[in-house]
Design a protein around this ligand. Structure first.
Ligand code: GDP
Ligand code: MN
Length: 381
């Protein structure tokens, strides 16, 4: 679950991390009020779950509350990265001496957290990573040992800071680590962490992604947010609601299977025959007719779909149930693309009988089914 910048900053403040003063506004009028409360030039920022808002025109500087109102009106109408702007954040404009990058994420290959810092933060951090990787400092953290205060200071030193700034910046990294631990964070970034002309550090931006699988441990913060995790589209939301594993891909073949292993193998088979899947949909164990129907309905909501491949290994799941689900989906008009079915296992014959009677063709092997569905896509395209 991705948090909005203002939500992430609420957590930062709870851990005593300095952030610029200000607040959220839902309307241009509220933006004027927030700017007047700040009482100096402000930055008006788009609250949207997308990065690079600065480059997209979603971060503007206003000298007066009237100007803040005008920018808020503009920004509230914007879409960034195809998402509507939900609100604006009005914050005091800091006097920048230096823009710093600070982040923590998980390195799956190392099986560790990685703390990342750079004295050259700001909007072009990705280019910096490519052009001058030596300017990006990384420290790996063993999750069972955690990140220690002395390591946080080492981080600041490695980034080129001296004197009392070592402790000040070190303390930012340590707090960021405490937040990562407390909220099962899989990615957090402060970019920029601003060092002001009068020598203070502030988290000027905040990105915080919580591991979805840990949300049951963080009910309190979710309740406080008073919103759903909105970074799911309609299809992803429906799949989560129905407890199905669902991932959208770039291709055009909706792949509906049971079991993650079989689903992966089916994607491989499709790719072997020169096709590309649009959807990884794992119905899970013991799928009944209703579940199969629901799965087809969700997968077909994705506009990229040109053909469907249902591949089921009957175990606890019964092939006759699957056949009934497919039939129901067809009778409801949900099957809006050519469909290929392969199913084997429990009640295979009964299932095939149902399909046969309904005039729905099916195939015996995964290879046949995958090559057939790829052929069908070529015909429709
Ligand atoms: P992002 O583009 O979505 O990452 O949005 P940011 O919040 O990082 O803002 C983009 C850029 O605006 C930053 O890299 C800064 O250069 C600038 N910026 C943000 N806040 C301030 C501020 O308080 N004062 C000044 N002078 N610049 C700021
Ligand atoms: Mn940023």
């Amino acid at each position: 679950m991705k948090l909005f910048e203002h939500e992430a900053k609420d957590i930062f403040r709870a851990f005593n991390m300095p952030t610029p003063s200000g607040g959220v506004a839902m309307t241009p009028k509220e933006a004027t009020e927030r700017a007047a409360e700040v009482g100096k030039p402000v930055v008006v920022k788009a609250m949207v779950l997308a990065g690079k808002r600065g480059k997209a025109g979603g971060v503007k500087f206003a000298d007066t509350p009237q100007e803040a109102e005008k920018f808020a009106e503009e920004i509230l109408k914007m879409r960034i990265n195809d998402l509507p702007v939900e609100a604006v954040l009005i914050e005091e404009k800091l006097d920048i001496e230096q823009e710093i990058y600070a982040g923590i994420t998980i390195d799956r290959n190392e099986r560790k957290y990685v703390v990342i810092g750079s004295a050259a933060g700001g909007m072009s951090i990705e280019e910096l990573a490519e052009e001058s990787p030596e300017k990006i400092i990384k420290m790996y953290v063993d999750p069972s040992l955690g990140f220690q205060a002395f390591e946080a200071r080492q981080m600041a030193i490695a980034m080129g800071f001296k004197g009392k700034q070592i402790n000040q910046l070190g303390s930012f990294f340590l707090k960021l680590w405490k937040i990562v631990e407390a909220y099962d964070v899989e990615l957090t970034e402060i970019n920029p962490l601003i060092l002001t002309k009068d020598g203070k550090f502030y988290a000027a931006d905040a990105r915080l992604n919580i591991d979805d699988n840990s949300l049951y441990r963080h009910k309190a913060i979710i309740e406080k947010l008073k919103r759903e995790p909105v970074d799911q589209n309609e299809r992803e939301r429906l799949a989560t609601e129905n407890d199905m594993a669902y991932v959208e891909l770039d291709g055009n073949i909706a792949c509906i299977c049971n079991g993650a292993g079989l689903t992966m193998a089916t994607l491989d088979a499709i790719s072997l025959y020169g096709g590309k899947a649009s959807t990884f949909l794992d119905l899970g164990g013991g799928a009944d007719a209703e579940r199969v129907e629901k799965g087809i309905e969700i997968a077909l909501m994705y506009p990229k779909v040109k053909a469907i491949l249902v591949n089921i290994m009957g175990g606890i799941t019964r092939c006759d149930d699957v056949a009934r689900g497919i039939l129901a989906a067809r009778n409801d008009g949900d099957i809006t693309a050519p469909i290929v079915i392969r199913m084997v296992g429990t009640n295979e014959e009964e299932g095939q009988e149902i399909l046969k009677k309904a005039g729905i063709p099916f195939l015996k092997t995964m290879e046949e089914a995958a090559s057939k569905v790829v052929e069908l896509v070529k015909e429709v395209a």
